[in-house]
Design a binder for this molecule. Structure first.
Ligand code: G3I
Ligand code: 9MR
Ligand code: CA
Length: 550
């Protein structure tokens, strides 16, 4: 397929930590050398470009410029004869601190049931939307204590994405990933000031933000039987209006096995995290563990309640017929939090993979990898072997790629930015067990790909990098009358499925997998935001900040 030649040098537009692997992609031409120019126009480094090679997912011939040797903090551009200079980027010891804080603040901007005040939200201040204190039990969710049409209260939580609904399955992996960042890298997150309403209350801000959603999740459990509603939703998607102007009736829909297990996993994990904050939140940890056990028991009694979208409901499905991974993940979290062997899944037969909302087995290995000291010798070996096998495979894909980024054509799907970031997250698990430079470089490359080292030359995070997305499929950003979109959100990213194309007034620039991206509000298949996509951005930015050698 014909592709427009990339005419720009692509770099991570947010920048690099001094000790990081630093690579730029240069459109292949006759030039064989590059230089890095500092803010005063002086040459800080010269180097040779790699051999020209074609990268199939973007149909493009590139040469790599490796400038890892440059470690001195400053602002730079890459220069190659015959091409425009690259976008400017920083090298600095806190290169990802603002991005990490911004990515967490994005959750604050998506809070339901509360006004965003100017002192916290700046120009994106807005009135409260979706109180969710009058939520109707849908026919699909009716049960003994709660017949069809009865009313419950389930306020707070985050809007899932560019829409205003709240889905338990997607909340599961999201909160897990945020709390894992806390569990693994508290030194980066402990003293962060996110300028949210709870800042300064004695809890780390990341945990305050996570609690906003956890409190909603707790309200999604039916107290009668421990089952968990799949989602809290309108019947159809809201129009392009601000939250306060979206007034459709809200429903809780069908209790599902996936919702119960994702809920159980996260509550078990959260009970570990909040055990350290008994003074600030008395009783919370115990309450979460009880909720987790009850949801687990419900799932044992209802092992195949797959989500079936009712005829009168038209919002997101998060339907997933494969539940072995959800059982394994919830089992691992409960096992690690309680020490009770009855929860332990059969690790020898549990595969590993890159996590996504519908495939959570990788999360079980993430937790096991950071609790190896509590495992038997045999289990500990299994955990290390499994994680290293995946990390080595992801590293091999990176090494083999002409673009030096570990993404194959088939990895570009709806939410590809989260595929990049979750691949990086799994590489980081490998690095935590065996700190090999290539493993970290492969993670860095995927992170760079999200932040501008891509064939579009665009950062995929609103408000970060010199050329960020301007028109995300995010109702508040579209409806608020503020030019700049709400900052800190990673957009879905290139997706050759282009499922939104029939409704779009403009066409994607290219059908090629790594270029199938459209910075237009219409493009929910490539340019929406979502809570599960932002969570690995939070994790990976914290991880690189913590783990990159000085
Ligand atoms: O995984 C398969 C892959 O194996 C296959 O090759 C490829 C070919 O099309 O499809 C892949 O599945 C895609 C899947 O996303 C990947 O995660 C499906 O086609 C695609 O339809 C599916 O899209 C989901 C989308 O909802 C539509 O259901 C996204 O995962 C999911 O993130 C997205 O979630 C929506 C919520 O429903 C509503 N709120 C917004 C949110 C974000 O867009
Ligand atoms: O806005 C919706 C987005 O959150 C979903 O991911 C997407 C796919 O389910 O659907 C979007 O809503 C669109 C609807 O499906 C079709 N009509 C146009 C809506 C976008 O404004
Ligand atoms: Ca699954």
């Amino acid at each position: 397929l014909a592709a427009p030649a990339q005419d720009e040098i692509a770099v991570n537009q947010v920048g690099y930590l001094p000790g990081a692997a630093k690579v730029a992609d240069v459109p292949a031409g006759r030039a064989t050398a590059f230089s890095v120019i500092d803010a005063e126009g002086r040459t800080a480094l010269r180097g040779r470009l790699g051999a020209a090679s074609t990268w199939a997912p973007a149909g493009q011939a590139v040469r790599l410029a490796d400038f890892s040797a440059l470690k001195r903090p400053g602002r730079y551009r890459l220069r190659v004869e015959g091409l425009p200079d690259s976008p400017a980027f920083d090298i600095g010891a806190e290169a990802y601190a603002a991005l990490n804080a911004g990515a967490i603040r994005a959750y604050y901007f998506n809070r339901a049931s509360t006004p965003l005040l100017a002192e916290h939200a700046g120009p994106w201040a807005r009135a409260a939307g979706h109180p969710d204190d009058h939520v109707i039990v849908h026919a699909s969710a009716a049960g003994p204590g709660r017949p069809e049409g009865s009313v419950i209260s389930a306020p707070k939580g985050w809007y899932d994405a560019g829409d205003y609904n709240k889905y338990i399955v997607n909340s599961g992996i999201t909160v897990y990933t945020l709390l894992a960042a806390w569990e693994h890298f508290p030194e980066v997150l402990r003293d962060q000031d996110l300028r949210i309403p709870e800042s300064g209350n004695g809890l780390p801000d990341l945990l305050d933000e996570a609690l906003w959603n956890l409190e909603w999740m707790l309200a999604m459990q039916d107290p009668a039987d421990g089952g968990v509603y799949h989602k809290l939703t309108n019947k159809g998607f809201d129009g392009v209006v601000m939250p306060a102007d979206a007034k459709g009736e809200r429903y809780v829909v069908q209790k599902t096995t996936a919702a119960a297990l994702d809920f159980a996993a996260v509550m078990a994990q959260a009970s570990r995290v909040f055990a350290a904050f008994e003074t600030e939140r008395p009783g919370l940890s115990a309450r979460m563990l009880t909720a987790a056990r009850r949801a687990w028991s419900w799932a044992q009694a209802h092992p195949r309640e797959i989500y079936r979208q009712p005829a009168d409901i038209h919002t997101g499905e998060y339907g997933d017929p494969e539940l072995s991974d959800e059982f394994a993940w919830a089992g691992v979290e409960l096992w690690v939090s309680t020490g009770e062997a009855a929860f332990r899944p059969d690790l020898e037969r549990l595969p590993i993979g890159v996590p996504s909302w519908g495939d959570v087995k990788g999360l079980a290995w993430v937790t096991l990898g950071s609790h190896r000291q509590d495992l038997s010798q045999n289990d500990s070996v299994v955990v290390k072997t499994r994680i290293m096998a995946l990390a080595d495979q992801l590293t091999a894909t990176w090494r083999a790629s002409a673009y030096r980024v570990g993404m194959r054509a088939q990895d570009y799907e709806w939410g590809s930015s989260s595929v990049m970031l979750n691949r990086a997250l799994m590489l980081i698990q490998g690095y935590r067990l065996a700190p090999r430079p290539d493993t970290l470089a492969a993670a860095q490359a995927l992170f760079d790909h999200v932040l501008g080292r891509n064939p579009m030359g665009r950062s995929l995070v609103t408000g970060f990098g010199s050329r960020p997305p301007r028109h995300p499929h995010h109702r508040p950003s579209e409806a608020d009358g503020v030019d700049e979109p709400v900052p800190g959100f990673v957009v879905g990213g290139p997706n050759p499925g282009q499922q939104d194309q029939p409704g779009c007034p403009v066409r994607y620039a290219s059908p090629l997998p790594a270029r199938s991206w459209l910075d237009h509000f219409c493009s929910y298949a490539s340019n929406e935001v979502a809570i599960n996509w932002n969570a690995p951005l939070v994790y990976v930015s914290a991880a690189l900040q913590a783990l990159t050698p000085k």
